[in-house]
Design a protein around this ligand. Structure first.
Ligand code: HPA
Ligand code: ZN
Length: 334
């Protein structure tokens, strides 16, 4: 067995990329409290401890309720800048050299926040990240799948004005009962407009949602995808085409998809040759950023050093970096 300290050391030192991170999910209680005061927005918590102790979730929906409530404190461009910059400082700490972040415009626009305000705040922080730290990034706009197609078409239209800042579109929020087929026309339009596509699928929902995301939404990556092990034919397809699966172990335990990290199926997925990697999803809510996800998962699943290397390599290979950049980073993992 590889020494756990060697693995921890490797995780801390290796350059890494993150491919599944909701920027609104990096809103730490301290910043939530500060912004609620700054913007005079009421939150249902008296102090930071109360916020933290509300983070006991039973499933995805129980989390989403608190997550959308938390997002209400984000109002100005400066708020979106501060939110993104705090995440970037975590990237620096964790040696993340490239990150691909999700944002949810439909949780802001109905509150009267302009699309421009959201994307500009995020973009300014990401530009500063590249200038100050050399950290590169891509931005993916997520549609909230519990909303109707019309609302999604509205934000897609707005996103078309920011093609220089947004590389792709994704699908998040409440999965069960909101199947990919509901968004087939929307994703066809997004692809015509030149956006890459990804989708949350098989987090809580069935393997059919992963099939339909691949076949109908033409996705380049499956976000989560952990339910794929229930379907042998699907595993075959995912392995054959080396479709990336952006797994988020601490998230899956917090949302009770697995009862404990020791029972997570990540190692089984790796051993089947699936292209999996580790991500933090909503780290402020789920108790850990990328390195903590990697370290705790390595320990719980008794991963070998070569498993951890594979996870980090898979992440670079699955990113939307160009081939030359990918090759350069892959050379640096050893
Ligand atoms: N799943 C679905 N929607 C989300 C998530 C998630 O893990 N995080 C933020 N929105
Ligand atoms: Zn997610």
């Amino acid at each position: 067995m590889d020494n756990f300290n060697t693995i921890t050391d490797f995780i801390n030192k290796s350059p890494k990329t993150e491919l599944h991170l909701h920027i609104e999910g990096s809103l730490e209680p301290e910043l939530m409290f500060k912004l609620s005061k700054r913007n005079k927005v009421e939150i249902p918590f008296k102090n930071i401890d109360e916020i933290r102790s509300a983070y006991n979730f039973t499933n995805l929906d129980s989390f989403l309720k608190i997550y959308y409530e938390g997002s209400n404190v984000l109002i100005s461009e400066e708020d979106f800048f501060d939110l993104t910059w705090e995440y970037i400082l975590r990237c620096k700490q964790d040696n993340i050299v490239h990150t691909e972040i999700f944002f949810d415009p439909q949780s802001h626009i109905p509150r009267g926040i302009r699309f421009e305000t959201v994307i500009s705040g995020i973009d300014k922080a990401l530009k500063k990240a590249e200038r100050d730290f050399g950290i590169t990034s891509k931005v993916i706009m997520c549609f909230l799948r519990h909303l109707d197609e019309e609302s999604c078409f509205d934000v897609l239209k707005q996103a078309c004005n920011y093609k220089d800042k947004i590389i792709g579109v994704g699908l998040d929020s409440s999965e069960k009962g909101n199947p990919p087929i509901k968004f087939q026309n929307l994703f066809e339009q997004a692809i015509r407009e030149g956006f890459l596509t990804v989708a949350h699928a098989g987090e809580e929902g069935p393997p059919e949602y992963i099939w339909d995301s691949l076949n109908l939404l033409k996705i380049k990556r499956v976000d989560h995808g952990i339910q794929c092990l229930k379907d042998e034919k699907l595993i075959e397809r995912l392995v054959k085409d080396q479709i990336p699966l952006t797994v988020c172990p601490l998230s899956n335990v917090k949302l009770c998809v697995f009862d404990k990290l020791e029972n997570h199926n990540l190692k089984k997925m790796l051993d089947k040759g699936l292209r999996v990697m580790v991500n933090s999803d909503d780290p402020a809510y789920f108790g850990g950023y990328l390195n903590q996800n990697l370290i705790e998962t390595s320990k719980a699943l008794n991963l070998k050093l070569e498993d951890v290397k594979k996870l980090i390599e898979n992440s670079f290979k699955s990113s939307f970096l160009n081939e030359e950049n990918k090759k350069d980073w892959l050379k640096k993992i050893s």
